[in-house]
Design a protein around this ligand. Sequence first.
Ligand code: GRF
Length: 208
Amino acid sequence: MIIKPPRIAIFASGSGSNAESLIINSKKNKIYQVVCLICDQPEAKVIQRAENLKIPVEVIIQSENENKTEYEDRLLKSMAKYGVEWVVLAGFMKILSQHFLGYFYDKILGQNRVINIHPSLLPLHRGLRGYEKSYTDKSDFAGCTIHFVDSGIDTGQIIDQKVFAKIKNEDFKSFKERGLKIENEFFPEVLEKLIAHKIKLGNFHDNK
Ligand code: GRF
C-alpha cells in the first residue's frame, strides 16, 4: 500500500535554518511534503530560503485592526487552500489559540497535529531566549525539545528531546550555533518518526 506523504505547512518568523532543513529533508526522503511556508514578518530571511527551495510562501501579517480570531481565520484559509494536514512551527513568534489548533485535532493521536521546536529542555526555560537561559543556568547540559502545541507558551505534550553537553568556557555564540545545528538535524528526524508512528508518546514528564 502506498501512503501519500502528509501535507505540511511550516510557520516561521525569522532566519529559517530549521525551515530550510525540514524542506531539504522532505525533498530527499519524501516521508512528508512541505506544501507552503507561512511567515508573519515581511523581511524575514526564511522567505528567501523557502523561495530558493521552490516552496510557495505566504506572508500573512496581523493587521492592527484585526483580532486573533480574524487573523487565525486567514491562516486557516491558507491551510485549506493548500490542504495542510500538519503544521510545523519553526521559530514562529505568535501564540496560536484553540480556534486555530482545534482545526487540526486528530482523534487517534488525541492531539492537534501542530508541533513546535523549543531551544531548551522543557519544562525548563519556556518562552523567549531559551538559549540565553540554558547558557547561564547551572546545569552541565542543554538541549532542545519538540512538542505538540497547545494554547499555552511551550506547555504542550513533549514528543522528544535532544540533550547536549556544555563545554567549559565556550562563548555564547558558539554554544547557540552548536545547539541550532543539533535542532536542524533533530527536527526532521523526529517529524519523520512521528508521521510513521515510530515514536512512543508519553515517555516524558508532564510539561504543564
Ligand atoms: C530555534 O532556536 C527554535 O528552537 C526556536 O526559534 C529558533 C528558530 O531558528 N523556536 P531558525 O529560524 O529556525 O534558524
